[in-house]
Design a protein. Structure first.
Length: 143
């Protein structure tokens, strides 16, 4: 049995591609050690991330994430037990969202999750699953 947790947060400073690449390398290295998998989406200074794996390891990492000074307003939007990994293709996949890759024509999809008063979990997981399905055969796969 694994645990899956998704959260949103706001970057303190804008992340350019080089900084996102460093974050991705660091995350993949740590996640491999902890047997965690997941996907990080970034959009206009906002993060949406899903992590999954053994509960104890996941909670240890989540506490580190909450204390990380590079972002604020960390809000858990989903938590659930899962029998098998749903984002197991990636130690950590990365997707950068912008208006040009919005299949619904709506900008700031992560911001809409932050503003939602209810159904945050459904909105967050829907966006993560749609991105996973679209990118599963693309460059996010681990070698």
């Amino acid at each position: 049995m694994f645990l899956q947790v998704a959260y949103v947060s706001r970057a303190v400073e804008t992340f350019d591609q080089a900084r996102l690449d460093r974050l991705l390398r660091h995350s993949r290295r740590n996640n491999r050690k902890l047997d965690l998998t997941g996907l990080l989406l970034y959009e206009n200074g906002l993060f949406l991330q899903v992590l999954e794996g053994p509960p104890n390891a996941l909670w240890r990492l989540y506490k580190v994430i909450e204390a990380d000074p590079s972002h604020t307003e960390v809000e858990k939007v989903a938590e659930r037990p899962i029998r098998e990994r749903e984002f197991g293709l990636w130690r950590m996949g990365l997707g950068i969202l912008n208006s040009t890759d919005s299949d619904s024509g709506v900008d700031d999809r992560i911001r809409s999750i932050l503003k939602a008063s209810d159904a945050k979990s459904a909105l967050a997981l829907d966006l993560l699953y749609r991105f996973r399905e679209r990118e599963a055969q693309a460059s996010l796969k681990l070698p």
